[in-house]
Design a protein around this ligand. Structure first.
Ligand SMILES: CC(C)(COP(=O)(O)OP(=O)(O)OC[C@H]1O[C@@H](n2cnc3c(N)ncnc32)[C@H](O)[C@@H]1OP(=O)(O)O)[C@@H](O)C(=O)NCCC(=O)NCCS
Length: 364
C-alpha cells in the first residue's frame, strides 16, 4: 500500500507583532532582526496550543472531504503542549471530536512534523490506521524568556496540519521516503535545561525563569549540514534525482540558513518556500504552515515533487521526498476559527513584559 497527503489546513492567530513592536521592550531593532534572520513579524497566540492545532486539524480534515469521526489517529508534533498530563493531542482529539481516533504528542522540536509524518505513512501503509491527521502546532512564545534578546526575537506561534490516506493511483501522489534522525552529540547547543521534571519546582519562579541554551552560530552550521544530508538521503531512497525536485520546503527558522541550505543542497529546478518573514520560527508548525501558504498563493499547483527538511533541538533532523496529487482544491471547507482577541499582539504577552522588563511595561 502507498500513502499520500489528501488534506491540509493552517491556523495562525491574527495578533501580528512587528520587529518594531519588540524593540519597544527588547534591546533590538528591525534592522538587526531582518538582516540576521529575514523575519519582519510574527504572531502571538492568545489561546492554547490545542486551540490552534484544532482549527488547523479541522481545516485539513474538511479539505480531505472527511469528517472528524473518520479519523483513526491524531499525531501532534509539538514541544509546547498545553499540559503534560494529558498530552496536548488528547485536548485536540476532544476539541476536534475525533471520537474514533487514538492520539498522542511527538516532541522532536522543530523537526517534529517530519517525525510525525513518517509515522503516519507507516500507519497507513501497514493498514493499522486508514485516516491519519498530522499536526505541527506550537505556542512557543509562551516558552520564551523576554529578557533574552538572542532567542526572544526569533520565534512565533502557528499550527499546520495534513491528512494522510492511502494513495489509490498515480494521480493521488505518494509519500516516498524519509531520512529522519538525531545527533545527540549536539544536544547541548539548543536546550532549555531547567524546564520539565528535572526542574526543581520549589525554586521561586522556576517556570517563569526559563533559560535557553542557544549557540546560534553552531545551530546555524549544524542545521545546514543536517538538512542538506537528510534531504539528499531522502531523495536517494526515493529513487529520484536532484533534478526531479520541484519544491523545497525547509524549516522556516531563518532565511540565511535556508539560503545556505540552497547553496549546499543545489537542487537545480526547485523553488524554495520562504515564509518565515511573516511568522518567525514556528518550530514544528513551520513546514505544514509553509505548505498551506504555498497552495493558497499558487506556488504549489498540484503534481509537484517535494523535498521537506527540518532540524531542531536534540539535534533532531529529517528529510522527506514526496509527490503531490493532482488535486489541490479542498473537497470541503469549515468555518471553524479561533475566538477573536480584542487587544494588540503585544497585549497577549503583557504579563510576561511586566515580569521580565517591568520598566518598559510601565511606559505602555
Ligand atoms: C541567532 C542568529 C540570528 C544570530 O545571528 P549571528 O549573526 O550569529 O549573530 P551573533 O550571535 O554573532 O551576534 C552578533 C551580535 O548581535 C547581538 N545580538 C544578539 N541578539 C540580538 C538582537 N535581538 N538584537 C540586536 N542585537 C543582538 C549579539 O549580542 C552580538 O553582539 P556583540 O557582537 O556585541 O557580542 C543566528 O546565529 C541564527 O539564526 N542561528 C540559528 C538559530 C536558529 O535558527 N535556531 C532554531 C533552530 S530550530
Amino acid at each position: 500500500m502507498k500513502s499520500t497527503i489528501t488534506g491540509w489546513g493552517k491556523c495562525v492567530p491574527d495578533n501580528v507583532v512587528t520587529n518594531d513592536d519588540l524593540a519597544t521592550f527588547i534591546d533590538t531593532s528591525d534592522e538587526w532582526i531582518q538582516q540576521r534572520t529575514g523575519v519582519k513579524e510574527r504572531r502571538f497566540c492568545h489561546v492554547n496550543n490545542s486551540d490552534m492545532a484544532t482549527v488547523a486539524g479541522l481545516r485539513a480534515v474538511a479539505c480531505a472531504g472527511l469528517k472528524p469521526e473518520d479519523i483513526d489517529v491524531v499525531i501532534l508534533a509539538t514541544c509546547t503542549p498545553d499540559s503534560i498530563v494529558p498530552s496536548a493531542a488528547a485536548h485536540v482529539q476532544q476539541k476536534m471530536e475525533c471520537v474514533n481516533a487514538t492520539a498522542y504528542d511527538v516532541n522532536a522540536a522543530c523537526a517534529g512534523f517530519l517525525y510525525a509524518l513518517e509515522q503516519a505513512k507507516a500507519f497507513v501503509e501497514s493498514g493499522l490506521y486508514k485516516n491519519a491527521v498530522v499536526i505541527g502546532s506550537e505556542h512557543i512564545t509562551w516558552l520564551l524568556n523576554w529578557s533574552d534578546r538572542n532567542t526572544a526575537v526569533l520565534f512565533g506561534d502557528a499550527a499546520g496540519a495534513v491528512v494522510v490516506e492511502e494513495s489509490k493511483n498515480e494521480e493521488d501522489g505518494e509519500i516516498y521516503s524519509f531520512s529522519n534522525g538525531m545527533s545527540s552529540d549536539k544536544l547541548d547547543i539548543l536546550e532549555i535545561p531547567n524546564f520539565g521534571s528535572a526542574m526543581n519546582r520549589f525554586t521561586p519562579n522556576a517556570a517563569a525563569d526559563v533559560v535557553w541554551t542557544f549557540e546560534g552560530q553552531e545551530i546555524f552550521k549544524s542545521g545546514i549540514r543536517a538538512m542538506a544530508k537528510s534531504s539528499e538521503e531522502a531523495i536517494e531512497k526515493s529513487g529520484l534525482k536532484k533534478e526531479d525536485i520541484d519544491i523545497l520546503i525547509p524549516h522556516q527558522a531563518n532565511v540565511r540558513i535556508i539560503e545556505g541550505l540552497e547553496r549546499t543542497l543545489k537542487l537545480p529546478n526547485a523553488t524554495t518556500l520562504k515564509y518565515g518573514y511573516k511568522y518567525g520560527n514556528t518550530s514544528a508548525a513551520s513546514i505544514p504552515t509553509a505548505f498551506v501558504d504555498a497552495i493558497e498563493d499558487g506556488t504549489i499547483k498540484g503534481n509537484e515533487t517535494l523535498v521537506i527538511t527540518a532540524v531542531g533541538a536534540g539535534l533532531t533532523w529529517g528529510g522527506a521526498a514526496l509527490k503531490l496529487g493532482n488535486r489541490i482544491t479542498p473537497l470541503d471547507e469549515t468555518d471553524v476559527d479561533l475566538p477573536p482577541y480584542e487587544g494588540t499582539g503585544i497585549d497577549v504577552i503583557r504579563e510576561s513584559i511586566n515580569y521580565f522588563v517591568p520598566e518598559k511595561a510601565e511606559e505602555k
